[in-house]
Write a protein that binds this ligand. Structure first.
Ligand code: HEM
Length: 445
């Protein structure tokens, strides 16, 4: 057999059938049930009530104690998987992507076929060589501040000031996910597609429909008619892109299937919105963090390091990409074993992010991030790490910190629901159920 001569992992352990079944029942099934591509509100609610994530983390700890920290081979028929249990292996796998650890897996193909069949995430090595730079150019991956950040701030402030006005006039003064997300997706359409897309709710609805089907992966047939309609809707904004839209920064020409690339941006900004409302909820119950974030918001600066760290903390506590998947592109040798090409790799982020060895495991501590947005050696990878890291890992914290700031500079925020114990935060925070009271901000002397 043509296996790699050097060992990527010094050893691999093999799980018994009962433990494999337990992983499927307590880790894989709940993650899939919550909705991989679009969250299902009823299941998210159930997951919060029954604290599924905390249970999954406990299960992983048990496996690590029983088998040791080496990757654990789950002998699932036709789809064997290596479950990572040691942060050092997380770092190795992410650094060694996309070869020999490819990002494109059959699970992703099955889900993304419904709305972005030619996306970077499921591309071959040769397609990736062209697509990854296109994303990096448009999203300004290497720049802490995207060149359009000042424009982003204008859009974000305008949309959220209008939302704040609406909230104040409807007496309740309450902000919840339905109200927030409407304004958020206006922001997203303006930033991604340009001003003309502001009120194109139909486009977001079509995408959400397709995402609903994508949750079922290959268990649902692809709706070709709706997919074509969605790509046509996106295409309208690609032909003559608005000046400060992200689509205007895509390279012209080449075979990049832009509709499939842009679909990922529109989809992934949902996770950024979820992070914004959770961060507002967390700041509302952490007075000292609140004060620092307000100071940054009032300064008007585009770069807000402290608020960025708070957002990263929220992503550590409740990662919006709970599982990072890989697949071996070649056989590898591990101790006495050969792990065959095609074996999957599972990185369950909450397990590493909430390691009970960390004093801060279940608390919010923005200081742990320093200037970083990934700490792979500790297994803290909300945006992943290495060559396949989310190409929006700088853009998202910028846009999200401006969004948090738009609220903080104008209003005092009280968390009405849920009630949170700040020194023992829950494993799941259902964003659909968050309710905040916003009151006009009292200006200090
Ligand atoms: C809270 C918000 C977000 C989080 C936490 C996040 C996180 C991630 C993670 C963990 C991956 C997988 C990387 C891997 O497999 O190693 C990823 C991939 C990706 N993300 Fe994001 N993301 C977010 C928002 C966005 C946004 C808004 C965009 C675009 C505007 C975006 C574009 C992408 C793309 C294109 C990929 C595929 C990268 C590749 O395969 O090379 N993400 N993201």
């Amino acid at each position: 057999m043509n296996a790699r001569s050097h060992a990527v992992f010094p050893r691999v352990n093999r799980a018994g059938w009962t433990d494999t079944l337990r992983v499927i029942m307590t880790i894989v099934a709940p993650t899939v049930a919550k909705g991989i591509i679009i969250r299902r509100p009823t299941i998210e609610h159930l997951a919060e009530r029954q604290d599924w994530n905390a249970k999954a983390v406990k299960q992983m700890q048990r496996l690590k104690k029983k088998y040791g920290p080496a990757p654990l081979l789950l002998p699932i028929p036709f789809r064997p998987q290596l479950l990572l249990l040691d942060p050092a292996d997380v770092s190795t796998v992410l650094q060694s992507s996309p070869e020999p650890f490819a990002a494109a897996t059959p699970e992703k193909h099955a889900a993304l076929a419904h709305f972005e069949p030619k996306n970077l995430l499921v591309s071959s090595a040769s397609q990736r060589a062209q697509l990854r730079p296109a994303h990096e150019q448009a999203l300004a991956t290497a720049d802490r501040l995207h060149p359009y950040s000042a424009h982003f701030k204008g859009v974000i402030d305008a949309e959220f000031l209008q939302l704040l006005g609406d909230i104040r006039s409807n007496r309740s003064g309450e902000l919840d996910w339905p109200a927030f997300s409407q304004a958020w997706f206006r922001v997203v359409r303006r930033l991604v597609l340009g001003e003309r897309a502001r009120n194109d709710i139909k486009l977001t609805e079509t995408l959400n429909d397709l995402r609903g089907r994508a949750n079922w992966a290959s268990a649902a047939p692809v709706d070709r008619r709706e997919l074509a309609l969605f790509h046509q809707q996106v295409g309208r904004y690609l032909s003559e892109p608005d000046k400060h839209s992200l689509v205007s920064r895509l390279p012209k020409g080449g075979e990049i299937a832009p509709e499939s690339q842009v679909a990922q941006w529109l989809f992934a900004f949902d996770a950024a919105g979820i992070t914004v409302i959770r961060t507002l909820a967390m700041l509302a119950c952490h007075v000292s963090y609140w004060g620092k974030a307000v100071e940054e918001a009032m300064s008007g600066d585009l770069d807000r390091p402290f608020t960025r760290s708070c957002l990263l903390e929220v992503l550590r506590l409740w990662p919006t990409t709970p599982v990072i998947l890989r697949q071996l592109t070649e056989d590898i040798k591990c101790g006495g074993r050969i792990i065959p090409r095609g074996t999957g790799v599972i990185i369950l982020a909450p397990f590493f992010h909430r390691d009970p060895e960390f004093l801060y495991a279940n608390r919010m501590d923005p200081s742990i991030w320093g200037p970083n947005d990934a700490l792979p050696a500790a297994g803290l990878v909300p945006f992943s790490a290495g060559p396949v890291i989310c190409p929006a890992h700088n853009l998202v914290p910028t846009v999200a910190s401006l969004a948090v700031g738009a609220f903080l500079s104008a209003a005092d925020v009280v968390l009405l629901q849920p009630s949170l114990a700040v020194d023992n935060l829950p494993g799941t925070l259902d964003h659909f159920a968050i309710r905040l009271r916003l009151a006009a901000r009292r200006r200090e002397k």
